[in-house]
Design a protein around this ligand. Structure first.
Ligand code: NAD
Ligand code: MG
Length: 360
């Protein structure tokens, strides 16, 4: 097992990464505040791992659970309210701990509920998707969607600990695994060129879910995210580079309707578009762009935007992106592999050529 400390002063916390951590009471118990524990999970993950988690907690706590329906469409205030209902019905007090057992949807909702219940209680993340282990469980962003915008209601709220158990990834559908790998590749591209090379070599083992390879990929991803977050907790600067591929990707997700493309799939295509624009700006070489394309293909990720998606459709969705500042579009681009920049200094023609490249 490896332990990584997220360094945020008095809000610092450990991320434990390894195999079969869900069975290890000595990892979990020191981070539980109080005697009341609320486990939040969903109808897919609970049948797989809830019994194990409860067995690990033992009988020294008052354990309650809220099992939510599975899906991004339930990441709403209405369903967060089900968590509050459970806490109040079971008379949970301010000294209690929420445990998120699930992917990013459950993690974001549980964290948000913890930030608001009685003005803030403790919570622990047990992320069960690769995406949530390498991304959403690190950094303290919590929240829900609003009909008018994704992740628009939320809070920064840090967990007491994160348990990233690679064993639970064994039940993950293949597409979800690949979508998580897109975010793993992202760290190599934005700030860790050695990791990018390592991923090139280790992609087959990663797809085969080799325990050590998975653990190393999660560790290195969390290390990169944690260092960016420690530098810029509330995203006033460098943290925005974590959105490489996301402006293009969100446009694809929105245009297609949520659920058709997985987030990581859209980000994969978006990262290649960012690399292509970076090449047009004269920063990346043709070989660099080929390396980006090849690694995405090797991870079974899509690399071409929907053929019927026009540049106009892209621009329309990109205009509402959170990174638009004073009316000018800012994008995360690559100066080289392993060095991302956030900039509004790019040629409009180059952008249009990039947006049109998928149209047939
Ligand atoms: P998800 O939580 O919807 O999980 C994907 C699917 O896998 C679901 O059907 C889930 O039930 C299932 N699943 C989860 N664990 C499983 C397991 N071990 N075995 C079998 N099936 C399993 O999606 P996700 O990709 O984990 O997370 C996406 C969410 O995370 C989005 O809502 C996104 O906004 C959010 N997110 C948040 C941050 C952040 O910083 N807070 C960062 C990135 C993404
Ligand atoms: Mg993402």
């Amino acid at each position: 097992m490896q332990t990584l400390n997220v360094d945020l002063g008095d809000r610092s916390y450990p991320i434990y990464i390894g195999n079969n951590l869900l069975t290890q009471a000595d990892l979990l118990r020191p981070h539980i505040v109080g005697k009341q524990v609320m486990i939040v999970s969903n109808t897919t993950v609970a049948p797989l791992y809830l019994a194990q988690l409860k067995a690990t907690l033992g009988d020294q706590y008052q354990v309650a659970e809220v099992i939510l329906p599975d899906g991004e469409q339930y990441k709403t205030l209405e369903y967060v309210n089900h968590i509050f209902d459970g806490l109040l019905k079971n008379r949970f007090n301010r000294t209690c701990t929420l445990i998120a057992l699930g992917g990013g949807v459950i993690g974001d909702m549980t964290g948000f509920a913890a930030s608001a219940y009685q003005r803030g209680v403790s919570f622990i993340q047990i992320p069960t998707t690769l995406l949530s282990q390498v991304d959403s469980s690190v950094g303290g962003k919590t929240g829900v969607n609003h009909p008018l915008g994704k992740n628009m209601i939320g809070a920064f709220w840090q967990p007491k600990a994160v348990l990233a158990d690679t064993q639970v990834l064994k039940t993950l559908p293949e597409r979800e695994l690949a979508a998580g790998i897109a975010e793993v590749i992202k760290y190599g591209l934005i700030c860790d060129p050695e990791f990018f090379q390592w991923l090139n070599i280790n992609m087959p083992a990663l797809l085969n879910q080799n325990d050590n390879t998975l653990a190393e990929a999660v560790y290195r991803s969390c290390l990169n995210k944690a260092s960016v977050v420690a530098e810029d907790e509330t995203e006033t600067g460098v943290r925005a580079t974590l959105n490489l591929g996301h402006t293009f990707g969100h446009a694809i997700e929105t245009e297609q309707g949520y659920g058709k493309w997985l987030h990581g799939e859209a980000v994969a295509t978006g990262m290649l578009m960012a690399a292509e624009l970076s090449q047009r700006e004269g920063w990346l070489s043709a070989e660099d762009v080929k390396a980006v394309r090849d690694i995405l293909i090797s991870a079974n990720l899509p690399i071409v935007a929907p053929s019927d998606m026009s540049a106009q459709a892209f621009l329309q969705h990109m205009a509402v992106d959170k990174k638009v500042l004073d009316g000018s579009l800012r994008l995360v681009l690559l100066h080289k592999i392993g060095q991302a920049v956030i900039t509004n200094q790019f040629n409009q023609d180059n952008l249009m050529k990039t947006l049109n490249s998928g149209v047939q």
